[in-house]
Ligand binder design. Structure first.
Ligand code: PAD
Ligand code: ZN
Length: 364
């Protein structure tokens, strides 16, 4: 018997998301059908909503749920297992198969597409590579944001940048992703941990998660203030000047201005002894960027990207659940708003207006 689901669909032309009831297809050999407990609302979906599209879109890419049905080739989960749905393959190093991208035929015959998964629905179908088995005793709501926000922010710090204890970090943009970067920096023992945002309330909030200093970029250029907080008086750069700047500067926004600021905020090299700092792009850019090539060259700085926090969900999600259990990752505070599926347009509008202090979730 087919399974009926209520799914948020973004029409191809402008307009709000619509909740459409439809019958899900029978799972293909590698598919899993998941009844959902909760899903996060990520800024990446806003980027998709504001971009032109070739077809109606299915959105959302982090959730918790329980398995209802599996395809014939699925072996790592079975009916009634507790799982998380995410958008990074759970063990890409082991699996040579590229995961299926899920599309659904709407009742009017139109094909609605997803980038890989969709989680803004009460029941979803996803490739098994995007379905991670977790302990059945997890908190079923707030842990939904591990599937993107935590993986992306914490993973950027731990996996991509490999920040070490005592190193200095600055994190631009302390929304769901940036706060998770702050938590990982604190857990690793980075110091100082400087949060930069335009919103004073979000900066205060970031201190609760481990930011040691905050800078409101609405008050002027944050870069000189970052340099003032990160000086290495005994080290010299190529110009013979004392070295200042962060070992790692993370952009969890993706605007042209912040992508340029993370390079300027990174420290120069210790001339002849150690290369310069690393600017890590996490926010999804909507423009290209002009890099100061001389600064990168003479100061031996690096500009790198981090996608999905370079995470391996099968390995990393249980670790983040452990951080939550130990009180290191306070998801109960980080999830600041809850909406029902029928309130999806309210949820996305609130995120767009900067009204979500941490991360919003949909609860089914
Ligand atoms: P969010 O809207 O919750 O947070 C963004 C934060 O940036 C807010 O607190 C804003 O106030 C702040 N901000 C905006 N402009 C500035 C500025 N000029 N200077 C300082 N602060 C500013 O978003 P989110 O945390 O859900 O997502 C953040 C970005 O990360 C977004 O671009 C999203 O698409 C991207 C993302 N990337 C990946 C990846 O794999 N790289 C994964 C998930 C999300
Ligand atoms: Zn996301």
């Amino acid at each position: 018997m087919s399974i009926s689901a209520r799914v948020a669909v973004l029409p191809q032309t402008k307009g709000p998301l619509e909740i459409i009831e439809l019958d899900l297809p029978e799972p293909g050999p590698y598919d899993v059908i998941v009844k959902q407990y909760a899903s996060g609302v990520c800024h990446s979906q806003l980027h998709q909503m504001h971009s032109p599209r070739a077809a109606p879109l299915l959105l959302g890419h982090e959730s918790t749920g329980v398995v209802l049905k599996t395809g014939s080739e699925v072996t790592h989960v079975k009916e009634s297992d507790t799982v998380m749905v995410t958008w990074v393959p759970r063990d890409a190093k082991q699996s040579s198969r590229f995961p299926n991208i899920v599309n659904l035929t709407l009742p009017n015959g139109t094909l609605a597409t997803s980038r890989n998964v969709f989680t803004w629905a009460d029941i979803v179908v996803a490739d098994e590579q995007f379905v991670v088995k977790v302990d059945p005793n997890i908190n079923r709501e707030v842990t939904a944001i591990i599937g993107c926000a935590v993986m992306t922010g914490a993973g950027a710090v731990e996996n991509t940048a490999q920040v070490k204890s005592g190193q200095s970090v600055v994190i631009f943009g302390v929304g769901g992703v940036g706060l998770s970067a702050v938590v990982a920096a604190k857990t690793i023992g980075a110091n100082p941990i400087i949060a930069v945002d335009l919103d004073e309330e979000k900066l205060k909030f970031a201190k609760r998660f481990g930011a040691t200093h905050t800078i409101n970029a609405a008050d002027g250029d944050p870069v000189p203030k970052i340099h003032a907080l990160t000086s290495h008086k005994d080290k010299r750069n190529i110009m013979g000047m004392p070295v200042t700047g962060a070992d790692f500067a993370f952009d969890c926004i993706g605007r042209k201005q912040t992508m340029e600021q993370i390079v300027a905020a990174s420290r120069s090299g210790f001339f002849g002894a150690e290369p310069g700092g690393t600017a890590v792009l996490v926010g999804v850019p909507q423009t290209s960027v002009e890099l100061n090539a001389t600064d990168i060259l003479i100061n031996e700085k690096k500009f790198i990207g981090s996608i999905g926090g370079s995470c391996c969900p099968d390995r990393d999600f249980s670790k983040y659940l452990d951080w939550y259990d130990k009180g290191l990752l306070d998801l109960d505070s980080m999830v600041t708003e809850r909406f029902g599926l029928d309130q999806i347009n309210e949820a996305t509008t609130a995120l767009d207006n900067g009204e979500i202090a941490g991360r919003a979730i949909l609860v089914f």
